[in-house]
Write a protein that binds this ligand. Structure first.
Ligand SMILES: [Zn+2]
Length: 690
């Protein structure tokens, strides 16, 4: 599970005493004063850079380890594109060929529109928006597309064998412009077939019912044959129909995506030599076995080894992980991350983890839904060295893995906060005017400036190290019971746990916060965001779709309604502008606790009906008047709601056949990096494997 950025980050004034996690300037290898955090913006995205403080001081062996892991993180990039939609690689390769080879005029507005569209495809790993999952349409005309394609050398374009350029233009025109072709990557409309209406590439010629039947049969067969019934059936495969029968195409060596997986394995084998310790090397071996065989039992075994390895400083994510891209929440999208521990900042999360049992025992949920023993909630703050696949260029800011509920229960989970990423967000948003526009009072603004960075990071920590790991399921209930509502309910559960506890005396006692003003800052921010400002990410006339956005809307609207008669949170209009003002923080906290109890009950009992009612009533709908106002106010600020990153680049310094060092540099140009990746790390054909 992952935490996405909760807010459009706000101006922070740093006070050294309370923020342990601000990267130490002395450890930066470069001139930070003149470091350019944001390089450009287009569409609704901005491109940021992040730094890797501390890398230069790592031992050479660890640097080499990070280098090879970073290569493994890049090697699967094409897989993510293809999983997101079967046309994505065809589109990307075509547009890149045009960008590199088009012989016509490059100074026109149309060519600029073309370039912007290509950048959006890179940013979103395909033709759908990564957040809304809506298909993105080009601003240039169909005629211009035809001109671009005829103005590019035919041999550079991914034409099918025997295909004429005319036929190719026809094909590309319908892929890019036809609203009926893959109009939505992940359909959330439960009134129609979720599988058939999703443009993602996890199912082909299969209906929702056929897919659901296939996997429930697989599970009951496993039960009958006394095989493992806990494995994540369907996680690493595409479901297709072959000769009228439903069958899986497994992602593995010599299976689907073999060419890319071969490279991932190649770099993992290299990386293994430099692992921090033998336990970690053993885990990498298991991961290699999994990629080689596609066996999900090996995946579970790997995750157990991975979650038990707490000694290593370097860590990574590499695999088919999150299931947000599948409307049935079974198929994992490929992603990667390479990182190492930020020792200083990790003290904060260690304190939280050490007290996990206290938080569980005192939570406002029914005791029968609490975990009797909270196991191994390990949390650390990390410095990211490489993003890959689904986490690149747009990345979550917190990650909690593994996802398999039974492993989490038996062995715990690892939870991380991506500190140098949140720091880059903060630095890039210095003084962008957002908080000043939407906060109700000067006091709120001052609090946000003083405590916002800490409040945001602490909420992420509590969400990841405690929230997701809390609570227990009743016998026979699995995460799948809540179907398409599962992700929203799960995120709401973790958010509520964090919101409830950030205002607890225990946090003062543990010296995690200097005063309850930190919690107040978070409450102001959460309500403002959930009721109003997150709407900047939504197009007029659209409803909320993404799980984290639905979760925040659900919570904010539910507590607002419950507290309305007592004015716990008040809607105020001033000079024609809407604000939300928290009057009673303690009252608000109790409402968060009440909703947490209900959401935990829904989760523990697998109460699909109650989940559906909550999400549909509070989490989906948008107040169109308020939405319009928010968009108008936001537009004036000229801030882009989505951020993505240019990765650092690692280079082996070889002299006389020996690696003497690994250097890191920070590229400035998003387009150059994307083209570099496509040139050096593209291992799959333009046309998706059938
Ligand atoms: Zn989460």
């Amino acid at each position: 599970m992952k935490t996405k950025i909760t807010q459009i980050l706000i101006l922070i004034v740093m006070t050294a005493t309370i923020i342990a996690s601000v990267p130490d300037k002395r450890r930066f290898p470069i001139d930070m004063k003149n470091f350019k955090w944001q390089t450009e913006q287009f569409g609704d995205c901005k491109i940021l850079r992040y730094v890797v403080p501390g890398f230069d001081n790592l031992p050479l062996k660890q640097k080499e380890f990070i280098f090879y892991l970073s290569q493994a993180a890049l090697a699967g990039r094409d897989i993510t594109y293809d999983q997101n939609c079967r046309y994505n690689l065809l589109v990307r390769k075509t547009l890149e060929a045009v960008y590199l080879g088009y012989k016509g005029d490059r100074t026109t507005k149309e060519f600029r529109d073309f370039t912007t569209y290509l950048k959006k495809v890179w940013f979103n790993n395909g033709i759908h928006h990564h957040y809304s999952t809506d298909k993105m349409f080009p601003d240039f005309s169909k005629d211009y597309l035809a001109a671009l394609l005829t103005g590019t050398d035919k041999k550079d374009l991914p034409l099918e064998k025997g295909q004429t350029i005319e036929k190719f233009i026809e094909e590309m025109t319908s892929v890019l412009y036809d609203p009926k072709i893959a109009s939505k990557r992940v359909s959330q409309d439960a009134t129609s077939d979720l599988v058939v209406n999703s443009g993602s590439n996890f199912y082909e010629s299969v209906t929702q019912k056929e897919a659901e039947d296939f996997y429930s049969r697989m599970r009951s067969d496993a039960k009958k044959n006394k095989q493992d019934t806990l494995i994540s059936f369907g996680l690493n495969s595409k479901l297709v129909k072959e000769n009228g029968k439903v069958a899986e195409k497994v992602y593995k060596l010599n299976g689907m995506y073999s060419k890319a997986i071969e490279k991932i394995i190649f770099y993992l084998v290299k990386a293994k030599e430099f692992a921090d310790n033998t336990q970690q090397a053993e885990a990498i071996d298991k991961l290699i076995e999994y990629y080689t065989t596609g066996n999900l039992k090996a995946w579970d075994d790997y995750n157990i080894l991975w979650v038990k390895d707490l000694a290593s400083s370097t860590d990574y994510v590499n695999g088919f992980i999150e299931v947000y891209g599948d409307p049935l929440a079974k198929k994992g999208t490929w992603e990667a991350n390479v990182n190492f521990k930020n020792v200083e900042a990790t003290k904060r999360t260690e304190t939280i983890s050490q007290n996990a049992q206290f938080f569980e025992d005192n939570s406002p949920v029914d005791p029968k839904f609490r975990k009797k023993v909270v196991k191994g909630v390990t949390a650390k703050v990390i410095t990211v060295a490489q993003l890959g696949g689904d986490s690149d260029p747009a990345t979550p800011i917190g990650i909690n893995l593994p996802n398999a509920q039974w492993i989490r229960k038996e062995y715990g989970s690892k939870s991380v906060t991506l500190d140098n990423i949140t720091y880059a967000y903060d630095q890039s948003s210095l003084g962008n005017g957002f908080i000043d526009e939407f906060a109700f009072s000067k006091e709120e603004i001052a609090n946000a400036k003083q405590y916002g960075y800490l409040a945001g990071n602490l909420t992420t920590d509590l969400h990841e190290c405690l929230g997701h790991g809390s609570g227990q399921m009743m016998k026979g209930v699995t995460g799948e019971s809540l179907k398409n509502y599962h992700s929203t309910i799960e995120e709401a559960r973790a958010d509520l746990f964090a919101l409830y506890y950030i205002m607890d005396q225990k946090l003062l006692e543990l010296k995690l916060i200097p005063s309850l003003d930190v919690a107040k800052t978070e409450y102001d921010n959460f309500m403002r965001n959930g009721l109003m400002t997150q709407l900047v990410r939504i197009k007029p006339g659209k409803n909320l779709e993404e799980a984290h956005m639905r979760d925040r809307s659900l919570i904010a609207h539910w507590v607002y309604e419950r507290g309305e008669s007592r004015k716990i949170v008040e809607r105020v209009t001033r000079d024609g502008k809407t604000y939300f003002k928290v009057n009673d923080y303690e009252g608000l906290r109790l409402l968060f606790g009440k909703l947490l109890a209900e959401i935990q009950r829904i989760t523990s009992e697998g109460d699909l009906k109650a989940a559906g009612e909550l999400v549909e009533k509070y989490g989906v709908n948008v107040d169109s008047e308020l939405h319009k106002e928010v968009l108008e106010r936001y537009k004036k600020l000229n801030i882009m709601p989505y951020g993505g990153f240019i990765n650092p680049q690692f280079v082996l310094e070889v002299r006389a056949d020996t690696v003497k060092d690994v250097s890191v540099n920070y590229p400035m140009d998003f387009t150059e990096q994307m083209l570099y990746y496509s040139k050096n790390y593209s291992f799959l054909p333009a046309r998706s494997e059938k």
